[in-house]
Write a protein that binds this ligand. Structure first.
Ligand code: ZN
Length: 162
């Protein structure tokens, strides 16, 4: 069976930056996703189309096909008093906020300057060229329940809350 729309692909991957530093890798050597269900970034998904169990691939993904370009407008200054007083605000901390359009977004505290918190809504991997080293372990059909949920379930059909 080959990777195609709405097949479940189980892959082992390592993600590296331009310098070859590992940014991420599949937990326990296995990561499962539904092809064509927006589970993974478009650039990687395209490169895996048609692959089958045992295939290996080195895939380079430009930011536009990955986590997007860095958006300077996504960096915002937020008064410290917008956060609960008893909450410790530290660089690297992530929190959710509502955009002016009403969408929920995840921001990361980039810096704290006096009474101002500099928050960045860019994805941590935005603007980065991504280098994947991928091995396809196996490919199977998605179950009806998986298709309904839009994500892969474990071998026993259970999964964490979502
Ligand atoms: Zn589910």
């Amino acid at each position: 069976m080959t990777i195609a729309k709405h097949k479940v692909a189980i892959i082992d991957y390592t993600l590296m930056d331009d310098e070859g530093n590992t940014l991420d890798q599949s937990e326990n050597g296995e990561f499962a996703y539904i092809h064509g269900a927006n589970n993974i970034i478009p650039g990687l998904e395209k490169a895996l189309e048609g692959k089958t169990g045992g295939d290996k691939a080195k895939v380079t993904v430009a930011p536009a096909e990955g986590y997007g370009e860095l958006d300077p407008n996504a960096i915002q200054k937020i008064p410290r008093n917008m956060f609960p007083e008893d909450m410790e605000v530290l660089p690297g901390m992530q929190f959710q906020a509502q955009s002016p359009e009403g969408a929920m977004m995840v921001l990361t505290v980039a810096d704290i300057e006096g009474d101002t918190v500099i928050a960045d809504a860019n994805h941590a991997l935005a603007g980065k060229t991504l280098h994947f080293d991928v091995k396809v372990i196996s490919v199977r059909d998605a179950s009806a329940e998986e298709m309904e949920h839009g994500h892969v379930h474990g071998p026993d059909g259970h999964h964490e809350a979502h």
